[in-house]
Design a protein around this ligand. Structure first.
Ligand code: DGJ
Length: 725
């Protein structure tokens, strides 16, 4: 068992291959976090309960006495509001008396093999109960009857723990949750850098690193979705930690709504990190007997640097988050109509795309936005999910038959959570959009958000989708979401429950997506939100791939893909070759190969020379698919650190094949590029698949690979493959 209860010391020890975590039941049943870090043999370490030296008016529990312990500075396992712990709290519940003092203490626990799922919410899973053990700690506020279950699941062989909390009202009166975080970690120092992923449309997930400072810092979203602006990911890396060395903690929230991931450093130089639903514009009423489940957070610790933290996330998400047929089955190589035609297409044009695409070796045609209602631009028709027969005479069936006859699969675009004011749906249901009475809601891309917190609204959209999907042979869906949520309100929610809207909206989205993947398990599902505005683990639970960005310029994409790879695997990263940008097709392909790979262009417009390059890329895509989808990524030279070039490497799980890609962003004087490879077997001998040269893994990792003088002009690139001799 990876979870031990030490009854003598009243501690829980949670072990993974790369970490240990110790919780203690202290005097008066306070739950304390004694340790989270590299693996250690002890189940208890003394002297960690109290941290008082510099306390400032810190308060004591009178039963324990003023002998040193104070919730103000103690490493609280799940810090609560209002009872002597003044740091940012993980839980605050307003009770029937009107106050929100919340003070939970240990009452019991349970340890078992396996992992329970969260009802109605996405979460990581076990393929087999032996893969993980779960600890449930029960804690109660005796005064208010608030009962909390803290869930910890330990995936011991892969260095991952997950955490979440359930809050239950065991009293006879209603109460209201004001804030409930999924995790709270109290670390004894603040000697860390925080890494977050910030961005905007077309520049998603730029990795930013800065030292922790006293006070609050972190990443948040109030946009209704996880957003382009900040990702629900935070890492704490010890100063000086790099890709290969140093202590690193990674935290990622399995949630697609408003989130908050904050670190607070106090006067003692300690750090509390909390992650969960953003308490701004949140509240949740609990009637007696009701409970609320906070989403799950994934935690990784490693002593082997930022690169290894990422690889732990990648392996874990590939095996314990992504689901369904397309988790392991090879995904079809697609061409998408968006950048090729935008709204300007008809059956003939799409069939012409399919014919040309087939010649290039492409396997699926995706018809993007514009096939429904009167959608000839972005001003109308969201919500009217019936075929525009002016563009597609006879509907989808004749088109799909012809595309299939060319030997291609067929995919389609949806934006189910949106409604255009100019649509049949809006005329029929003018109160179905997200709004509050008396205000004209903000518009985004000429559209409103549909109130999918409502069951009747979801049912309508589902029926419309079902009608199309059940009658036609659809192999793929791209699910888009093209604005943020303002004027948050639902016509059905009473005034005292309006704060529940944002979370109910996300639960509604999950419900719709769940219906889709369970009713149509064979459909390959790709998520999207104006590019990568909803790239989070919750979406990965439903869709194995997510469109990473509308920016398809390969040089710009380097930053997006390096940042995204902080925690998301290559198998999930939608990356296409497009016609945009002056950079050549070789480099576009070499960069897009990193992700799920596809095309986003009019294949009829390729020159003969470009078409030849594409055919080679298609062959390379097949050849390198397993290496990239299931291999380990090493970020050898990051564009965030080096202005001239980016270099990365994928190594197969058996370490019997690898590839190294170099892209030059800016020409540097003729400097020979030698890069030390990583992750190889030092004793194996590897042959360069192009030159035939053979070197040991040790040589390539210690002396390095000479990448020659190729790929030195701006925008040039090269890929080298090696296999075991
Ligand atoms: C935004 C997406 O990111 C694009 O790829 C495309 O699908 C458009 N929406 C369509 O409106």
């Amino acid at each position: 068992m990876s979870i031990i209860y030490d009854a003598q010391n009243k501690t829980f020890k949670l072990d993974t291959k790369t970490s240990s975590y110790i919780i203690k039941v202290y005097d008066e049943n306070y739950l304390l976090n004694l340790y989270y870090g590299a693996p250690i043999p002890e189940t208890y370490i003394s002297g960690r309960e109290m941290r008082r030296p510099n306390a400032s008016f810190s308060l004591a529990n009178p039963v324990i006495g003023e002998h040193g312990f104070t919730p103000d500075t103690a490493p609280m396992e799940y810090g609560c509001n209002g009872a002597g712990d003044f740091r940012i709290s993980a839980l605050s519940v307003r009770n029937a008396n009107g106050d929100s003092v919340t003070d939970i203490r240990y009452v019991g626990h349970k340890i078992y093999a396996g992992k329970p799922q969260i009802p109605g919410q996405p979460s990581t899973y076990v393929n087999d109960a032996s893969e993980a053990d779960t600890l449930e700690i029960y804690a109660e506020d005796k005064v208010t009857g608030v009962r909390v279950t803290l869930y910890y699941t330990v995936f011991s062989t892969c260095g991952v723990m997950t955490r979440r909390a359930r809050v239950e009202n065991t009293s006879s009166c209603e109460c209201e949750i004001e804030r409930v975080f999924s995790l709270c970690v109290d670390l004894p120092t603040m000697d860390y850098d925080m890494i977050t992923l910030y961005g905007r449309h077309c520049r998603e997930r730029d990795a930013e690193r800065r030292p922790l400072a006293h006070g609050l810092q972190g990443a948040e979203s109030k946009r209704g979705v996880s957003s382009h602006a900040q990702n629900p990911f935070v890492a704490l890396a010890e100063h000086g930690a790099d890709e290969r060395h140093g202590d690193v903690y990674g935290f990622n929230l399995v949630y697609s709504g408003n989130f908050s991931a904050l670190a607070e450093c106090d006067f003692n130089g300690t750090t509390r990190l909390i992650m969960g639903i953003n308490p701004v514009d949140f509240g949740w009423k609990l009637a007696p007997g009701e409970y609320f489940d906070a989403p799950e957070a994934v935690m990784v610790f490693t002593e082997e640097g930022i690169g290894e933290m990422s690889r732990i996330f990648h392996r874990f998400y590939n095996s314990n988050l992504i689901r369904g047929r397309w988790k392991t089955e090879k995904r079809p190589l697609l061409i998408n109509s968006w950048e090729a035609a935008y709204f300007d297409f008809d059956t003939e044009k799409l069939v012409a795309f399919a014919k040309e695409a087939k010649k290039l070796g492409i396997e699926m045609l995706v018809m993007d936005d514009g096939w429904f209602g009167k959608r000839n631009d972005d001003t109308t028709s969201l919500g009217d999910w019936f075929v525009n027969e002016e563009k597609l005479p006879g509907g989808l069936a004749p088109l799909i038959e012809r595309v299939n006859a060319e030997g291609l699969k067929f995919g389609i675009w949806y934006e189910p959570e949106m409604i255009s004011p100019e649509s049949e749906l809006f005329k029929a249901h003018p109160d179905w959009h997200v709004h509050v009475d008396g205000r004209v809601p903000m518009l985004g891309r000429h559209q409103y958000v549909l109130d999918v917190s409502r069951e009747d609204v979801r049912e309508n959209i589902w029926q419309q989708m079902y009608e199309v999907l059940s009658r036609n042979k659809i192999d793929y869906i791209k699910w888009d979401f093209n604005r943020n949520i303002s004027d948050a309100g639902s016509a059905l929610l009473p005034a005292d429950r309006k704060k529940e809207f944002f979370h109910r909206f996300i639960l509604g989205t999950y419900d719709l997506m769940n219906r889709l993947v369970t009713t149509f398990p064979d459909i390959l599902f790709e998520n999207c939100s104006g590019g990568g505005g909803r790239f989070d683990p919750a979406m990965l639970y439903y869709s194995p791939q997510i469109w990473a960005s509308d920016n398809t310029d390969p040089i710009e994409r380097l930053y997006i893909q390096f940042g995204t790879s902080m925690c998301y695997p290559a198998s999930s990263m939608g990356a296409h070759v497009s016609a945009c940008s002056r950079t050549g097709y070789e480099t576009k392909g070499n960069v897009a190969l990193w992700g799920t790979f596809g095309y986003e262009l009019d294949p009829r417009k390729l020159t003969a020379e470009e078409a030849e390059i594409v055919k080679k890329q298609v062959a390379e895509y097949h050849d390198s698919y397993d290496l990239i989808h299931y291999g380990d990524l090493y970020r050898l030279v990051s564009p965030f650190d080096n202005p001239y070039r980016a270099i990365w490497q994928f190594v197969s799980p058996k370490k019997d094949r690898f590839m190294v890609t170099l892209v030059t962003m800016r020409r540097q004087a003729d400097k020979k590029v030698i890069v030390k490879l990583q992750g190889l077997d030092p004793d194996k001998r590897y042959r360069n698949e192009t030159t035939g040269e053979v070197c040991s893994g040790a040589w390539l990792m210690k002396a390095g690979l000479v990448l020659g003088y190729a790929a030195y002009e701006s925008g040039e690139s090269c890929v080298v493959y090696f296999s075991e001799v």
